[in-house]
Design a protein around this ligand. Structure first.
Ligand SMILES: Nc1ncnc2c1ncn2[C@@H]1O[C@H](COP(=O)(O)OP(=O)(O)OP(=O)(O)O)[C@@H](O)[C@H]1O
Ligand SMILES: [Mg+2]
Length: 358
């Protein structure tokens, strides 16, 4: 899929922005703090209705404004589709083809993006919660049913957690049975969705990682569920007393883990910076292929500030892997270190919330 245009209103430091985009490669160039990342964040927001940098929606709205909008014309399956997300203090409204989607989960998936940003090292080094969020966001982009199941799971989990905080005497075991049945229903779907996704991701990523490292490194991505679909029910029952004592839900996919091993060694603990970066890159490139396999379309690739961190060969590998297939957006403070750029590209200068064709 391809973004033909991008329109912003009161998004971060953009008062208004109207861009015509290059179908292959778009470079956003400018000094620090001018709005390069903000522009990519807007595209990510249009795809997912979320930011990759903050959970506080208010931060996305231009200071002192009360309504913001991101819209674009997307070309896919030989048709063009207007997408639009507006946000006010009351919340977000998404429309496809000028028709409002009543549920955001139905909207997500219209536009598929893969973002590669400096924060992505956190996927390897950061908290398990970050890895679970990664799984949910990525699976959700290609499977809206999964997104429903995660949302429902989280809702029931929250309810169960507050229920087990009550005094013992106030607990009605039959009500707890009802909560457990729901937790089980949605949790099992979440576990199955994650298991399927990681198995595919592992296949693509291992192959790409072998290419990137000239077969010196073997990457293994492993889903480590806290419990399995088969054992979830039994373990919930076994641990009920423990949960009531500790006032929390000790079993379920909200405790899942995802690990990355290179040549048998856990990269989070023992990998070098460069190794961790290459693993993160392999995962992102694998997602491009995975999304294509799932949806029949290549996603849009957003590369924030990553070219300067990669050596020449890896820059080339990245561009090679991307350019023929995906529309790519790259931010950079300088063009100096970018080698071997293709002829068909658009360079944009980004200055203080304004973007001009170079
Ligand atoms: N809600 C907002 N309203 C207005 N301006 C904002 C808002 N949020 C952030 N900004 C401004 O946006 C600018 C940062 O933009 P951005 O993160 O896109 O920079 P950048 O061009 O990517 O810089 P760098 O090269 O350092 O990564 C800052 O000047 C910040 O003050
Ligand atoms: Mg930036």
């Amino acid at each position: 899929m391809i973004l033909e245009t991008l329109h912003l209103k009161n998004f971060r430091n953009y008062e208004t922005l109207d861009l015509e985009l290059n179908p292959q490669l778009n470079l956003f160039v400018g000094p620090n703090a001018q709005g390069k990342t903000n522009a990519l964040e807007a595209i990510y927001f249009l795809a997912t209705t979320r930011s990759h940098r903050t959970h506080h929606d208010r931060e996305l709205m231009r200071w002192e404004s009360s309504e913001m909008r991101v819209s674009a014309i997307v070309k896919k399956n030989h048709t063009t589709l207007p997408l639009d997300v507006t946000m006010t203090a009351k919340g977000r409204v998404a429309s496809v083809n000028h028709l409002k989607e009543t549920r955001l989960a139905d909207y997500i998936g219209q536009l598929n993006v893969i973002l590669f940003a400096p924060e992505d090292l956190e996927l390897i080094k950061g908290s398990p919660a970050g890895r679970r969020r990664f799984l949910d966001m990525e699976i959700g982009q290609v499977d809206s049913l999964y997104l429903y199941d995660v949302l429902r799971y989280n809702r029931v989990l929250k309810e169960r957690n507050s229920y087990v905080r009550l005094e013992r005497a106030q607990i009605d075991p039959i009500f707890l049975d009802v909560l457990d049945a729901q937790l089980l229903e949605y949790g099992t779907k979440v576990i199955n969705g994650r298991e399927k996704f990681v198995a595919k991701l592992q296949q693509y990523a291992a192959e790409i990682h072998a290419q990137l490292t000239h077969s010196l490194e073997e990457l293994k991505i492993t889903y480590q569920p806290k419990t399995t679909a088969d054992r979830f029910q039994e373990q919930l029952t076994e641990r009920r007393n423990l949960d009531l004592m500790r006032h929390q839900t000790s079993i379920g996919p909200h405790r899942d883990e995802l690990t990355f091993h290179v040549n048998g060694i856990n990269v989070a603990d023992f990998g070098s910076q460069g190794q961790q970066r290459t693993v993160a890159l392999s995962v992102k490139l694998a997602e491009i292929e995975l999304m294509h396999a799932e949806t029949g379309e290549y996603p849009i690739l957003l590369l924030d500030d990553v070219m300067s961190e990669l050596d020449n060969t890896r820059q080339l590998d990245l561009l090679d892997a991307a350019l023929d297939k995906t529309q790519t957006f790259i931010t950079t403070t300088t063009l100096d270190h970018l080698q071997n750029l293709p002829d068909k590209l658009q360079i944009f200068n980004v200055i203080n919330g304004h973007i001009k064709n170079a």
